[in-house]
Design a protein. Structure first.
Length: 342
């Protein structure tokens, strides 16, 4: 498969992971790099080696080279939608770095275009492929926990990244470039996981956001979000930059027949209990996972590539759009002081 990777030097979030995945995956035969400034060409050459087919400053030239099967767009959110549109118009499947836009209405137009062109539009909300998330989804789907009552999650990163030693904050702390702060950059993973595990969308959102660390930024470093799901369950999420070093992450789910939780005391352990007589053999279990709870983006990109070959995608454009709408509903709620219905 031939891949076009569209990048810019100022977007450094995950491009190293993307390059490493393209280098390591056997499904990838060659890669074309597009960067208007050329600032990422040397990094791409060093990582990709002989897989690098060519480098281009113009997107039209990169898309014309060897007809990419997949375009990966790794740009600042404000710059992403026009590039995604051009890639879709060129007939490519597209994976675009989150949050992919500064407002979900921009992304909705791209979802419609992808569907009309019969192309995948994939946002790497990659934590849904984490082993513990897959296990939690399987356990809940088995019926062992009964009907979902409530979910509670927390994803806490470091306040220190807001105060970099070199004094230059990156684009994720500017509303005009990112559309929001911690919630749209990291909290969105937990919002997506909650709906993925329960297979139920969010229908109401109530939130408070703020800048508790005192930084001169116009996006939140803390969001407290309350949710109601279509299946009747309630949820809450704490999403913020609050630590001296990352991370603290956990998720709990309570149901009519039991409960599960991951990450208690920062341990990579999934525990669950059921009082269902139909699932007595599953009661009071735990799974301990070795290594970090999230490793890298290689499994996600492999699933994305296989989707281009006809397998199910790891996420649909519609599912990614739903997560973005929940985030921006939280911002609307925080600004208005009112609950927002989706």
């Amino acid at each position: 498969m031939h891949i076009a990777l569209v990048m810019e030097a100022d977007e450094q979030g995950h491009r190293a992971f993307f390059l490493q995945a393209l280098r390591d995956l056997d499904l990838v035969d060659s890669v074309t790099i597009v960067d208007e400034s050329g600032g990422t060409f040397a990094e791409a050459q060093d990582t990709l080696g002989p897989k690098l087919l060519g480098t281009h400053h113009e997107l039209s030239e990169g898309l014309a080279e060897a007809a990419p099967d997949l375009a990966i767009v790794s740009l600042i959110a404000a710059n992403a939608p026009p590039a995604v549109r051009r890639c879709l118009d060129a007939g490519c499947h597209v994976m675009v770095e989150k949050p992919a836009c500064t407002h979900p209405d921009q992304f909705a137009e791209l979802v419609d275009l992808a569907e009309s062109n019969d192309r995948h539009l994939i946002v790497p909300l990659a934590r849904r492929l984490s082993p513990w998330v897959q296990d939690a989804r399987r356990i809940f789907a088995s019926g062992a926990l009964g009907r979902a009552y409530a979910l509670r999650g927390a994803v806490i990163a470091d306040q220190t990244r807001i105060w970099p030693a070199h004094g230059q904050r990156d684009w994720t702390f500017k509303r005009s470039l990112a559309g929001g702060g911690h919630l749209v950059w990291l909290g969105i993973h937990w919002l997506d996981m909650m709906t993925y595990i329960t297979e139920s969308p969010v229908v109401e959102v109530q939130a408070m956001t703020g800048v508790v660390g005192g930084a001169p930024i116009d996006v939140e470093d803390l969001a407290l979000v309350n949710l109601r799901f279509a299946n009747g369950a309630y949820g809450s999420l704490v999403s913020g930059y609050l630590l001296d070093k990352p991370y603290q992450m956990d998720l709990s789910l309570w149901g009519s027949e039991g409960w599960l939780r991951f990450g208690e005391s920062d341990r990579h352990i999934l525990e669950w209990h059921t009082n269902s007589s139909d699932h007595a053999d599953m009661s009071d279990r735990r799974i301990a996972y070795s290594g970090p709870s999230f490793r890298n983006y290689t499994p996600w990109i492999e699933r994305t590539l296989r989707a281009c070959l006809g397998e199910p995608p790891p996420i649909t454009g519609t599912e990614a759009l739903a997560a973005l709408r929940v985030v921006h509903a939280a911002y609307e709620s925080a600004d208005s002081g009112r609950m927002v219905r989706l």
